[in-house]
Write a new protein. Sequence first.
Length: 262
Amino acid sequence: MKTLLERYCKLHQQGFVPIFVSDNFDAVQLTEACVAAGASAIEITCRRKNVTDEIRRIRKAFPEMIIMVGSIVDDGPMLNFLKSRRPDMPSIDELAQLDVDGFVSMMPLSAKTIKKFSSSHIIVPGVETFADAVGVVEAGAHFAKFFNASNQGGPKRISLASCAAMHALVPIFVTGGVTLDKIDPYVSSGAVLLGSGWDVLLGDKYKAIQQNPDTKVLTEALKPFLTEMANSKEKYYSLARDLKPAKYIETINHYHPFGDSY
């Protein structure tokens, strides 16, 4: 199994993350399309039915794939309530047993949960403000997820994180309405990771193709997003091309929790 640093760098370098939302696509076929498009990291959400079975199937078919699990809910009364309505909803502890690589949430994660998993998994809690973002990153999270950026100014909102007063320290992951034309503006504004569901990747084809999924069509839908992300990162950041983590991590200017441990 790759080290946490290796997985972090792989995800960071890819930059754009395809998100498996709730739909009728087969998760293994989606992953096959992602691999064919050149992706080494995905996010599969707990909005999907039988998500734990899908994770097992993906891991078996693609053992090297970095699997982030999204739409997680932290331990507590709300998760217990959700489980009473949706028995298939996994806890973070249950997901950790499935050999996944990280957790992404629209909802907040407690400092206790971040501390528990941040030494073994990539942690991405949901935030609404820059104060929230600083708080979760200082608690040990690897990225802060702004899920509402499109409703609060889009790239202009994110650009505040890279202003002189913020020193561009906060590693930001943006999801929600990230269409192809928004990748460059978001990256130029300081976003480190971007992600979109297949509804965005496929656009008008999304509903129809679920009736007869074509791996090639899925692959070709994702490719431009990965290419645009790579081009935008090359334009705005001086990131090492060497895939060795020790080389790559040295070129990252925002905060990361690895210190000199690499």
